[in-house]
Design a protein around this ligand. Structure first.
Ligand code: ZN
Length: 176
């Protein structure tokens, strides 16, 4: 069951990737049904809050006509950032499943889940389909680095070409 919904989140992450976004996907599930989907669209929208979880929660709230989703679960391919954990707590979501772990010390997931902010604690389960979730992210960054490297090499060879044309040993130079 957990894997089934995480696979849906991975599909959404892949959609983000196709748009050139960091591939992160999320779904909100209620009574075994997806009630909200989202993927990262930060670059396209140039919006700092356009994270997969925020978008999935917004849609789920809209669908349920409620800002509280106390029976809902959220699945996301990467460990949520503090902003998204805040939204999860504000929506009173019951449980969060995430796939890949954020690098050490860069997330406050456990602290925020257990801080009892808003009189609400959320259960968090990490590492669901972890390998598949990380693979989507890793391949995105590998491809991005390869593209950047190719671009730099192109610029370098162009610069070298320009330097050769404007070099000091320009033959036939000088006015007569
Ligand atoms: Zn986030």
């Amino acid at each position: 069951m957990e894997e089934k919904f995480m696979r849906e989140a991975i599909k959404l992450a892949e959609r983000a990737k196709k748009k050139g976004e960091v591939p992160i996907g999320a779904v909100v599930v209620l009574d075994g049904k997806v009630i909200g989907k989202g993927y990262n669209l930060r670059t396209k929208l140039q919006m700092a809050t356009a994270h997969a979880e925020m978008r999935a929660i917004d849609r789920a709230c809209k669908k349920e006509h409620s800002w509280r989703l106390p029976e809902a679960e959220l699945y996301v391919t990467l460990e949520p950032c503090p902003m998204c954990m805040g939204a999860i707590l504000n929506a009173r979501i019951k449980r969060v499943y995430f796939g890949a772990y954020e690098q050490k010390g860069r997330s406050l997931t456990a602290e925020l889940a257990n801080a009892n902010l808003l009189n609400h604690k959320v259960e968090v389960v990490g590492g669901v389909l972890e390998e598949e979730c990380s693979a989507v992210l890793t391949s995105f960054f590998t491809e991005m680095r390869a593209r950047e490297k190719a671009k730099k090499q192109l610029e370098k060879s162009r610069a070298a070409g320009a330097a050769a044309l404007n070099g000091p040993d320009k033959r036939g130079g000088g006015k007569k």
